[in-house]
Design a protein around this ligand. Structure first.
Ligand code: MLT
Length: 312
């Protein structure tokens, strides 16, 4: 009998506005993905989904907020690869990525681009590397904190070129892009969901993309592997989570709504314009996201340990 209210809740879910936490600033890549998906999921669920930006500490502040929220299906988290890397990067986390959440499904996987302020001296990847090696003390690298995708990409890049740059942390790469465009910071590695239109407009300099092949939307941009950076081939995958203990029937409903959202015409078209695509239906499931998170924690652990970067 004690279970009845919960079962009833799952059957009639959702009955009110849902909050989707984005653990980075508004106007950045995670926010862009979340707002597109939230809008389409809202229509499917018949309830509004509002996006709340809870930035800080490479996405871990927002993730902690959701881990501690009531497991009633009304607080969700849209987070990326940082859910896996922060498990190793942070010595102490106020949550356990594998134990503090329920899973709805995978959302998208986004390539990254290495870019610089519009008047940066280097014109191609080899020129950039040479310039950074020579002027490393004078160049600043923007990221969204330890655990952010921009941090991970920068870590791999600096390790590949054996050159450490001074990093400038932001609560998201939305504000970092504003500073890059304004010339307050020099270099960044950021997702195509934030960089495609700026690169197309010539508003920033672009040097490489981390996808295995060149992108249709940015055909002149070489892959990092073409430029000799073999380890820099990866995508930033995103998943949708809820606090541990959320009813499995609610997670199933969310997964179903996510599947519909990922086939939504506007989502598909906007994602394509940003050089990414929605995950196929079979990946928008709790099982697929759980498996991805587990394998990604295992994949990045040795690489992060080798790089020796930690946060408290
Ligand atoms: C990141 O570097 O992890 C992202 O760009 C964060 C964001 O969405 O701003």
């Amino acid at each position: 009998l004690a279970l009845l209210p919960q079962v009833a809740g799952a059957q009639t879910y959702p009955e009110r506005t849902i909050t989707m936490v984005v653990p980075f600033s508004a106007g950045g890549p995670t926010d862009t993905v979340a707002r597109l998906v939230a809008e389409a999921m809202s229509r499917e669920l018949g309830q509004q989904i509002i996006v709340e930006n809870v930035g800080g500490a490479g996405g871990t502040v927002g993730a902690a907020r959701v881990a501690q929220a009531a497991p009633d299906g009304y607080t969700l988290l849209l987070h990326h690869i940082g859910m896996a890397t922060s498990a190793t990067l942070y010595r102490k986390l106020p949550y356990n990525p594998l134990e503090s959440f329920e899973y709805a499904g995978l959302v998208t996987e986004v390539p990254m681009t290495i870019i610089a302020r519009p008047d940066f001296p280097a014109d191609d990847l080899q020129g950039l590397i040479a310039y950074l090696k020579e002027h490393k003390d004078d160049v600043t690298y923007a990221n969204a904190g330890i655990g952010a995708a921009s941090h991970l990409c920068g870590m791999l890049f600096m390790s590949e070129i054996e050159t450490q740059l001074t990093t400038v942390p932001y609560q998201g790469t939305g504000p970092a892009m504003t500073d890059l465009l304004g010339g307050q910071v020099d270099v960044m590695c950021d997702q195509t969901t934030n960089t495609t239109s700026q690169i197309q407009a010539g508003a920033v300099k672009a040097y490489a993309v981390t996808s295995p092949e060149r992108l249709e939307q940015l055909p002149d941009l070489p892959t990092a592997a073409e430029g000799g950076l073999a380890s820099m081939q990866f995508g930033i995958w995103h998943g949708l989570y809820a606090p541990k203990g959320t009813d499995p029937a609610i997670m199933e409903r969310l997964s179903q709504a996510l599947k519909v959202a990922l086939k939504d015409k506007n989502v598909v078209e906007r994602f394509a314009a940003l050089a990414t695509k929605p995950e196929p239906e079979e990946n928008a499931t709790p099982q697929a996201l759980k498996a991805k998170l587990e394998s990604e924690i295992a994949r990045w652990k040795p690489l992060i340990e080798a790089a020796g970067v930690y946060a408290d």
